[in-house]
Design a protein around this ligand. Structure first.
Ligand SMILES: NC(=O)c1ccc[n+]([C@@H]2O[C@H](COP(=O)([O-])OP(=O)(O)OC[C@H]3O[C@@H](n4cnc5c(N)ncnc54)[C@H](O)[C@@H]3O)[C@@H](O)[C@H]2O)c1
Length: 334
């Protein structure tokens, strides 16, 4: 089988995908598309890819085998419809959707084609190692304590705050931590939370919350965009498990080191994982997983269900804050 020809749609953060794909063995950046002509022309010529000013024209051209969709949720629907009709495997940036209603519509639109929700955190090597330990010698998670807070306050008119697009920091950004915690602890069933637009943002920009899981596990999380810029040690996640304890430490959006010990260990084990270096980015592992799933015909580990789970969690956090109550997360995927 030859290189997988990937097309990237949306060239804001999508340019980062472009750089990742360009350095990914087995992948070829075949085409890029954006409605902003300058972006297309610059990136297409820099990376030697076909350029399209219309995403549907790219899909219809037949020059790609798979798509990386990097437009924000409000612009996805027509692209998903066309891509699904063409049967193309899709890597779709987080968040899966602005809200559950839209998320369910997206899920139904792409039913039957391979789809990966672009959560990068859970594919990073340090996280994979922790997930393996939780499945093995450490045993299942009982308590978790995590933080994904850094200085990130887009202007008040940015799409991120629009309830019908990014739907605020917690849906757009904290979803990375939500997904990581759910990957370890399972299905969330209830949330209690407090937070505010501390920095005058259009919606809450910082919060502390407790998530309860079906398994009986509980996680205390701090999230938001109001941290001091000098602190780069995010994200962080501590877990206490059936038979031990572990700490994942990050730097600038990448899990970088893992420390763990079982209840019978006398020393803490430590493993370090290189951060982004020449030719690899924080998306290399996630996109490699996507390519592997396309090649083998297996479902990606993060599909629409995992995307919906983080959207449901974000919605529950907003409800818990605004209603000052504990919110039970019911069946949201029917
Ligand atoms: N995983 C991460 O760390 C990370 C970081 C940043 C952004 N993101 C996600 O990436 C997505 C895009 O975010 P962004 O910050 O790049 O947004 P952006 O608005 O800066 O860029 C999106 C681009 O998509 C283009 N676009 C919109 N509709 C289009 C269409 N129909 N056809 C072609 N192009 C179209 C826009 O012109 C724009 O250039 C969001 O879902 C966001 O949450 C993820």
């Amino acid at each position: 089988m030859g290189d997988l020809r990937i097309g990237v749609i949306g060239l804001g953060f999508g340019e980062y995908h472009v750089r990742t794909i360009t350095n990914l063995p087995g992948a070829r950046l075949a085409a890029v598309a954006d409605t902003v002509g300058d972006r297309v022309d610059r990136i297409a010529s820099t990376y030697g890819a076909a350029g399209f000013h219309d995403a549907t024209a790219m899909i219809d051209s037949g020059c790609v085998d798979a798509l990386s969709i990097c437009v924000s949720p409000a612009y996805r629907e027509p692209i998903l419809r066309r891509a699904a009709a063409a049967g193309l495997p899709l890597f779709i940036e987080k968040p899966w959707a602005a809200n559950l209603e839209q998320g369910l519509r997206f899920r139904d639109l792409v039913a039957g084609i391979p789809v990966m929700t672009g959560f990068s955190f859970r594919f990073l090597p340090a996280f994979r190692r922790l997930a393996g330990l939780v499945a093995g010698e450490l045993g299942s998670v009982r308590l978790a304590n995590g933080e994904y807070a850094f200085r990130f306050l887009p202007p008040n008119d940015n799409w991120l705050w629009d309830p019908s697009n990014g739907n605020g920091l917690f849906n757009e950004n904290s979803c990375h931590l939500f997904d990581a915690v759910c990957a370890l602890a399972g299905t969330p069933v209830a949330v209690s939370a407090a937070g505010r637009p501390y920095a005058g943002s259009p919606s809450e920009d910082g919060a502390a919350l407790v998530v309860e899981f079906e398994s009986g596990a509980a996680a205390a999380l701090t999230i938001g965009g109001i941290a001091a810029p000098a602190f780069r040690s995010f994200p962080r996640l501590d877990v206490i498990t059936e038979r031990g304890q572990a700490r994942l430490s990050g730097r600038s959006h990448i899990w970088e080191s893992l420390a763990w010990a079982t209840d019978t260990d006398t020393e803490i084990h430590q493993a370090e994982y290189p951060a982004e270096e020449l030719g690899t980015t924080r998306y290399t592992a996630a996109l490699s997983h996507f390519m592997e799933s396309v090649r083998t015909g297996t479902a990606p580990e993060t599909g629409p269900a995992e995307g919906l789970c983080s959207v449901a969690l974000a919605e529950a956090v907003y409800l818990a804050i605004r209603g000052r109550c504990r919110v039970v997360i019911g069946r949201y995927d029917a």
